[in-house]
Design a protein around this ligand. Structure first.
Ligand SMILES: NC(=O)c1ccc[n+]([C@@H]2O[C@H](COP(=O)([O-])OP(=O)(O)OC[C@H]3O[C@@H](n4cnc5c(N)ncnc54)[C@H](O)[C@@H]3O)[C@@H](O)[C@H]2O)c1
Length: 440
């Protein structure tokens, strides 16, 4: 096993930049501010609430993760970002409708002080957003990237932050397949200069951020850093990257239930997932091209967990369908239905129905926090390139070529915790358990 690189301490302030300051980003920021003031617990965040077992079960060592690895303190976070709408974080949070005004009263001043910077934006990639009021007008993609780099420098100086991380919380971009402009860094940089229309806004941000030494995690299903050119750039600059698509709501449920069915060798004949939601994300996803990005990211999950090629009798003929329906009255309160046709002993059919009345941004916000803190940790530990150990947080985890992604939530959690143990020079936990019974 490779030598574990000890992370440098988290000294000074950490700036968290979110391209996209809508429902998820503002819910994340509001939650951190509220937790700092003691108004609320950071529920849903592993970095703040989870413990990690170290050593044997009999050792009684079970510290909080945040006491075990050197993470930035919530008090030391500064927030910034970009959005094509100029609303400050308070106004954006109120428009998003996730949080009630009375819940943000005590932090209103801090939220109002957070104003997004002008965005690199194109309606070619995100439709259904109207009357945007602050979009960069530099003529080329490269000039836009340089303008973002100036923003990053200015933010760093004004907020006096020592380190930065970025988490993409922007709208889902239209579906695209990687093409030659994405395949190597030279072609990508030439494409930035030549305004190649296959380069998306999120890729321009990622390029600028990586060039500035800022780790980048992608919360949306668009490709962004999941292309060879930007993987190469991350390796070259020795910067961590991760993606894609926060694992919340229906897919979170799917990656909890499917491993259980497979563990018991129960068959799955069909899985129909549909949901209604009425927030801006839902409006963007009403556009078929953006929905296609989401659909691809959601569909892959079952295949990788159930392995139909390994278990053709149980999962070889599964019918998997995913639907998202924009329904404004629901606001951010998503309702997701799953209808699962399973089969057991002698092939007898059974059904499972799930009706999850969830709040998307409430589930996504702690993921933004954990990703920001863990990506900063990875950077201080000298980890660069794809951070597959953070698969836990993603619907469609980015991984090295030649591998399949690990989608089972419980394997992902074990992987994450073992990576933390490895980082700190602790023994990995294999759950072998023989040490408690061997007579020595
Ligand atoms: N909420 C969840 O549970 C969840 C789960 C998985 C993924 N996501 C993804 O996270 C992203 C954010 O979700 P949300 O609910 O906050 O959506 P939202 O629509 O409330 O916020 C997205 C924001 O991004 C902005 N934006 C669009 N293009 C941009 C650009 N080029 N540069 C900067 N800003 C840009 C929009 O103006 C908007 O304010 C979406 O892509 C969504 O698919 C969300």
């Amino acid at each position: 096993m490779s030598e574990s690189p000890k992370p440098a301490p988290a000294e000074g302030k950490l700036g968290v930049l979110t391209p996209g300051m809508g429902a998820v980003a503002t819910t994340f920021i509001a939650g951190v501010l509220a937790a700092r003031k003691g108004y609320a617990k950071p529920t849903g965040s592993l970095t703040q609430m989870a413990h990690i077992r170290l050593g044997k079960r009999t050792d009684d060592r079970n510290p909080l993760i945040k006491d075990f690895v050197p993470l930035a303190d919530l008090e030391d976070l500064e927030f910034g970002g970009w959005d094509p709408y100029s609303d400050d974080a308070y106004a954006a949070a109120m428009k998003a409708g996730v949080l009630e005004a009375h819940d943000v009263e005590g932090i209103g001043e801090e939220l109002r002080a957070i104003r997004p910077m002008s965005a690199v934006f194109s309606p070619r990639w995100v439709k259904n957003l109207e009357r945007v009021d602050q979009v960069k007008d530099e003529a080329s993609h490269m000039a836009q990237a340089e303008s973002l780099m100036e923003d990053i420098d200015r933010f760093r100086a004004e907020k006096e932050v020592d380190r930065l991380v970025a988490v993409w919380c922007g709208s889902t971009e239209a579906y695209e397949e990687p093409s030659d402009v994405h395949l190597d860094l030279d072609a990508f940089e030439a494409g930035l200069k030549a305004n190649d229309e296959r380069i998306t806004p999120s890729q321009i941000y990622a390029y600028a951020l990586l060039k500035m030494g800022v780790p980048f995690a992608n919360g949306a299903p668009n490709l962004t850093v999941d292309i060879p050119a930007l993987v190469d750039l991350a390796d070259q600059e020795a910067i961590p990257i991760a993606g894609k698509d926060f694992k919340t709501g229906q897919t979170l449920m799917k990656t909890m239930i499917a491993p259980g069915l497979k563990a018991r060798m129960l068959g799955v004949d069909g899985w129909f997932s549909t949901n209604i939601l009425g927030n801006r994300d839902g409006e963007v996803l009403d556009d078929p091209e953006s929905f296609k990005s989401k659909e691809v990211s959601k569909l892959g999950v079952l295949e990788h967990i159930l392995q139909p090629d390994v278990y053709p009798d149980l999962y070889g003929d599964i019918y998997h369908k995913v639907r998202i329906n924009y329904y404004p009255p629901k606001g951010d309160d998503k309702e997701g239905w799953d209808h699962i046709d399973i089969s057991g002993w002698l092939g007898y059919p059974m059904q499972i129905k799930v009706d999850f009345l969830c709040k998307d941004s409430i589930l996504a916000a702690p993921i933004v926090l954990d990703l920001a803190l863990f990506m900063d940790l990875a950077n201080r530990a000298g980890k660069s390139g794809i951070q597959e150990w953070l698969s836990f947080y993603f619907k469609s985890p980015q991984h090295a070529s030649g591998l399949y992604p690990e989608n089972d939530l419980f394997i992902q959690l074990t992987k994450l915790k073992n990576n933390l143990r490895h980082l700190m020079g602790e023994d990995l936990i294999t759950h072998l358990g023989t040490e408690y019974y061997d007579e020595g």
